[in-house]
Design a binder for this molecule. Structure first.
Ligand code: RAM
Length: 341
């Protein structure tokens, strides 16, 4: 764990703290019928699902940005993290003639037809958090470099289990582009650098609390020698921590992955979890909204173009029309109380 703290020491905690604000629920707000001009830009955020504190925080950042540029913000989305549910909301936003959509995709392909229709109607489409295939959206706002996200999780679990033994992954939805990319890179990292760690299972909790809780119980049953679980989803890691915290496996089966400090605090304090990682979700939503504005205003079209993202400053669109927020950050007992999201 100390290794990771050193590795990520370059990240200024103070900067992260100062850029975090208390966030309220980012659900529907002044629903605004589409405009396509007039008073201000209309921006619709479509998260993977509603009711996930991670998206409440990121979308609150989006709402702040939209307010800053005098646009109209709304958040809509499915209760379950499914692409079908998202397609309906994309279609509705298209009919309403919104100016921009900001989407965390539940599937790399399944949204592309609906997104194409939105683009035909002159709507700019930004993905954030979870991308579609690059050719079906305008720009992807990436929370952190995928290799870095994968590496930090492998380092954390390797450190926590003493460098050898069986581990499993508890993921989100089986088609989630972000988790699948990270899992593939974690597998490569394990293979290349951790010969004594065996990945024995990958299971899916669909970013649903109860399914993730049950999947944790099932993992422990089917793998009695399991030494660690990596859950690269804020929903999964919180559910797994809740399960472990009252089970005999507490402190014996280690758990890490990607979590929010507020959801994980009690499990860090009670010794269930040593350390986990994430980025700043509020900044992610904030940056995604400013990216949408730059697209609608015609300030950016693709790679090489730069724009101002409010308090975050200037960003440049990189390869594959991607904008990169920053680095992942490791949370542990020493720093978790510095954060409130
Ligand atoms: C969940 C979602 C989201 C992911 C985070 C880490 O909230 O799956 O897409 O980025 O976890």
């Amino acid at each position: 764990m100390k290794i990771q703290n050193r590795r990520f020491a370059g990240l200024a905690v103070a900067a992260l703290v100062s850029s975090l604000a208390l966030t309220a629920c980012g659900s529907d707000d002044d629903g605004g019928s589409g405009s396509g001009g007039g008073d201000g830009m209309t921006v619709t955020f479509i998260p993977k699902n509603l009711g996930n504190p991670y998206f409440d925080t990121s979308n609150a950042g989006g709402e702040t940005a939209v307010e800053e540029f005098d646009g109209t913000y709304e958040e809509v989305g499915p209760a379950e993290a499914s692409p079908d549910g998202q397609v309906q909301y994309i279609n509705t936003a298209t009919q309403q003639g919104r100016d921009a959509l900001v989407i965390s995709a539940n599937d790399p392909d399944a949204l592309c037809d609906a997104i194409g229709e939105a683009q035909d109607a002159d709507i700019k489409v930004v993905t954030y958090d979870a991308d579609t295939n690059p050719d079906c959206r305008d720009i992807f706002v990436n929370q952190a470099d995928a290799e870095g996200i994968a590496r930090v999780q492998v380092e954390l679990i390797a450190d926590q289990i003493g460098g050898s033994g069986e581990i499993a992954i508890l993921s989100a939805a089986a088609n989630a582009t972000n988790q699948n990319a990270w899992i593939e890179l974690m597998e490569e990292e394990l293979e290349a650098n951790y010969p004594d760690i065996e990945l024995v299972d990958v299971v899916y909790g669909d970013d649903d609390d109860q399914k993730s809780f049950d999947a944790t119980a099932a993992l422990l049953q089917s793998h009695p020698d399991l030494k660690g679980i990596v859950s690269p989803t804020t929903v999964g890691i919180a559910a797994a921590a809740r399960y472990l915290s009252t089970s005999d496996a507490k402190g014996k089966v280690m758990l890490t992955g990607l979590g929010t400090p507020n959801q994980m605090r009690e499990y860090v304090k009670d010794g269930t979890v040593e350390a986990f990682a994430l980025w700043n979700p509020e900044d992610l939503g904030y940056l995604a909204a400013w990216t949408a504005k730059a697209l609608v205003d015609g300030d950016i079209e693709g790679e090489g173009d730069s724009f101002e993202a409010g308090r975050l400053g200037e960003y440049t669109v990189g390869a594959d029309n991607t904008v990169l927020l920053g680095d992942p950050f490791v949370f542990n007992a020493d720093n978790i109380d510095d954060f409130d999201f």
